[in-house]
Design a protein around this ligand. Structure first.
Ligand code: DQQ
Length: 516
């Protein structure tokens, strides 16, 4: 809450007049907040150049948009705790997709409204130049027949709700009173009905919705509208196959597809869906308002979910993803924060039509001290660099090129006390694989061919890219006790570049915590 000086004086006078127990309460709250603030600001596992809220829980990116010279990022946020619940849309802005400023919460549940139990994920478009969002609202079902979300813990009715920005900073939003899509198409028994994404097609708006059809599998439902308010259901944009398995939560077996994103890229279309804990890409053809996938893959094999794209100021398609925690809830509560936004990733198609992601070059602007080993360093230089990497505060970027001597090479970032990150390559059924700590992913290229690794290390987050084709985001909840060393087995180091990365704030983005 922002106080003017006059309000503040009135407020102080009122406090002075209250009972001493109220004063003690206020003082206790302040010092508890100060304590939490300094704990968060000095937590070595809390990233320093990734976006995350000042405290508490975040998940999916929602409605990222470049508007009037600024990037706006919204995301799922629990203002009350460092665990999932009470979903709101938090808001942050940036001039460059790197340096973020926390804004007040953009959207909260309306008591008695269709989103009374949560403002779930959604997307933003410019409607005649005005930012407009459509998101999923959840509320108690009126009967078991209209429940569309059942995950074993919650039973909710999902509907699609609209809000229009009321100011140029996108701080105030006016919600449309009634949902713009109140219920699933008649006759369709859905296993979920959420996370809309919209785009323009001729004179119409189109909307794709994450869903699943009972005993048929995951599906994306396609709607059209002349005005974003009145929607007509057309047909599934694409349907999956039933897993023929049973699960309490249909998302766990791929029978419900969450968070779709759909956009043209090169001469193809790309559909992203989140299901079974991974973001999956499909590259294919969009014709007659139906999408046929031709190639498929996984965007990131590690801790990465609910990805959502936008176009940046240069016209590049940028992907954002939620980096979930992998530690137990009790540890999240103790830490006071949970969830991180990935760095911006630029999307492109490889020559053979696969989706490629790479860190947007803008991130290079955060590089500071640089150490390099080229192809022919003297042995002492090489040993010196590898035995004491110049990295402070787990805030670094590394680029390596390796020439494997055989199929199984290994690389460790370690201290004298043991391994911090282990990266190894193995060959399984004649296919190369890369393992980063416990996560295994396919690795492109024939056995023995060079491997390029790009690693962004930020507190407990490790975003790793191999040969431009494999992404693995790992979480490591350990602060090394001494300098990191790099050890290599079974491969020759062709080159290594290490940069210290400059934090984007001086308090791990906890600044607005004091005033919020
Ligand atoms: N997260 C949101 C849903 C979405 C899920 C709720 C995916 O809208 O389906 O927080 O992580």
């Amino acid at each position: 809450m922002a106080f003017s000086r006059r309000t503040f004086l009135r407020f102080s006078a009122a406090v002075a007049a209250t009972s001493t127990s109220a004063q003690r309460f206020l003082l206790a709250t302040h010092s508890a907040n100060d304590g939490l603030h300094s704990k968060l600001a000095s937590d070595p596992l809390r990233p320093q150049y990734h976006l995350l809220p000042a405290h508490n829980w975040m998940n999916d990116p929602n409605g990222p948009i470049f508007y009037r010279g600024r990037y706006h990022m919204f995301h799922q946020y629990n203002p009350k705790a460092a665990v999932w619940g009470n979903m709101n849309w938090a808001h942050a802005t940036s001039p460059d997709m790197l340096h973020w400023h926390h804004e007040p919460i953009a959207l909260s549940p309306t008591p008695g409204g269709a989103d009374q139990d949560g403002v779930f994920s959604g997307s933003a478009v410019l409607d005649h130049g005005t930012p407009t969002v459509i998101y999923t609202g959840v509320a108690p079902p009126t009967s078991s027949a209209d429940a569309t979300l059942r995950d074993g813990v919650h039973t909710w009715r999902e509907s699609q709700c609209l809000a229009v920005a009321q100011d140029q900073n996108l701080r105030t939003w006016r919600k449309h009173l009634e949902p713009v899509i109140a219920a699933p198409p008649a006759g369709l028994e859905v296993t979920g009905f959420r996370d809309p994404v919209m785009w323009r097609e001729g004179d119409n708006w189109m909307l794709a919705l994450g869903a699943g059809i009972r005993s048929k599998g995951g599906a994306i439902l396609l709607y059209s509208s002349p005005d974003l308010l009145h929607w007509t259901y057309l047909h599934p944009l694409i349907e999956g196959l039933s897993s023929k398995k049973d699960a309490v939560n249909p998302v766990d077996i791929g029978e419900m597809w969450e968070c779709p994103d759909f956009f043209p890229l090169g001469n193809k279309h790309v559909l992203l869906i989140s299901t079974m804990g991974k973001v999956r890409w499909k590259v294919g053809t969009y014709a007659n308002q139906r999408f046929t996938a031709e190639k498929e893959g996984v965007v990131d094999w590690g801790s990465y979910y609910a990805a959502k794209s936008m176009i940046d100021r240069d016209g590049t398609r940028i992907l954002w993803g939620w980096i979930p925690e992998t530690r137990p809830d009790a540890e999240l509560v103790a830490a006071g924060w949970a969830g991180v936004m990935s760095l911006p990733r630029a999307l492109s198609l490889s020559p053979d039509g696969e989706l490629q992601t790479e860190i947007n070059p803008i991130v290079r602007s955060l590089r500071t001290n640089h150490t390099r080993i080229g192809p022919d360093p003297s042995v002492p230089t090489r040993e010196k660099v590898l035995n004491e990497l110049q990295i402070r505060d787990l805030c670094a970027e590394l680029e390596l090129e390796l020439r494997p001597k055989n199929d199984n090479f290994g690389l460790r970032l370690q201290t004298d006390e043991g391994s911090f990150i282990t990266i190894s390559s193995l060959n399984k059924n004649d296919a190369r694989q890369l393992q980063v700590n416990s996560v295994i992913a396919p690795l492109s290229g024939p056995a023995g061919s060079p491997v390029r690794l790009h690693i962004l290390l930020d507190g407990s987050v490790v975003e790793l890219f191999a040969n431009n084709t494999t992404s693995i985001t790992a979480r490591v909840y350990r602060k090394p006790s001494g300098p990191l060393q790099l050890k290599l087995d079974g491969a020759e180091l062709v080159s290594l570049d290490v940069w210290q990365i400059q934090p984007i704030s001086n308090d791990r983005l906890t600044g607005s915590f004091r005033s919020s």
